[in-house]
Design a protein around this ligand. Structure first.
Ligand SMILES: O=C(O)[C@H](O)[C@@H](O)[C@H](O)[C@H](O)COP(=O)(O)O
Length: 233
């Protein structure tokens, strides 16, 4: 694992962008495509500011979601909705390159449908992402994997539904660790003082919280943290 401390959120964006530039170029060069998993929350802002500056062949990108809220696409809570409005117009990306949840389904149905879509995209059940872009909540959750939730022990499903998310909205779908820890690269971007206590509990005290369980078996893990979030280390 590599921990990268930077001064502020602008430097988080710069550092994150340079990793994405390198990983996407390598993936496209070596395998012809770049499979990336996006998150919601503050990661959206970092990506919407950083990605438009990349030098890349956008047509080679396949974008999916580490987790998604089961809400209408037009809702402020829809993670895809935000990327659609704020990222697509500023890059060469097209809507069809995003693997999205189907509208109008229950969380359970949406999880199954989303897993079926990923199966097509990855040609089978081994969902190997080149890069997962992850956030961490102040409670230590990542994706929609929350502390003490039974989903932390899900080993059969690649994509799971959750209907009691402590962070609203309650209905979501999420990748499980079976997929997360198969990724070639995982990057956490963590900024702001609200994350400082949890950054300490995970990185210093080594507590077993959901974000701490992200540890790709054959991949690389990066934590990009700004000064405010790293204050208690
Ligand atoms: O809620 C979502 O959609 C997420 O994908 C979630 O896992 C997010 O990454 C963390 O909650 C951190 O969010 P913040 O960075 O906004 O705290």
């Amino acid at each position: 694992m590599t921990t990268i401390k930077v001064n502020d959120e602008q430097e988080i964006i710069n550092k994150l962008s340079s990793y994405i530039q390198k990983i996407s170029s390598d993936s496209i060069h070596n395998r012809g495509k770049f499979y990336v998993g996006l998150s919601g929350g503050s990661v959206v802002k970092y990506l919407c500011e950083g990605l438009p500056k990349l030098d890349t062949d956008w047509s080679k990108w396949v974008l999916a979601f580490c987790d998604e809220r089961v809400v209408p696409e037009e809702s402020e809570d829809s993670t895809f909705g935000i990327y659609k409005r704020q990222l697509i117009p500023r890059t060469g990306l097209k809507q069809e390159q995003f693997v999205t949840i189907k509208q109008g389904l229950s969380a359970e149905e949406a999880a199954k449908d989303y897993a079926d879509k990923l199966k097509l995209v990855f040609n089978g059940n081994n969902f190997k992402f080149d890069l997962l872009l992850l956030g961490m909540g102040p409670d230590g959750h990542t994706c929609s994997l929350f502390p003490n939730h039974p989903l932390l022990d899900e080993i059969h499903l690649n994509v799971a539904a959750i209907t009691d998310s402590p962070k609203p909205p309650p209905a979501r779908i999420t990748l499980t660790y079976a997929v997360v820890n198969e990724a070639r690269n995982c990057i956490f971007t963590i900024g702001g003082s609200s994350k400082a206590e949890m950054v300490k509990r995970i990185l210093k005290n080594k507590e077993d919280l959901p974000a701490a369980r992200v540890n790709p078996v054959n991949g690389s893990l990066y934590w990009i943290i700004d000064e405010a979030a790293a204050a208690l280390l």
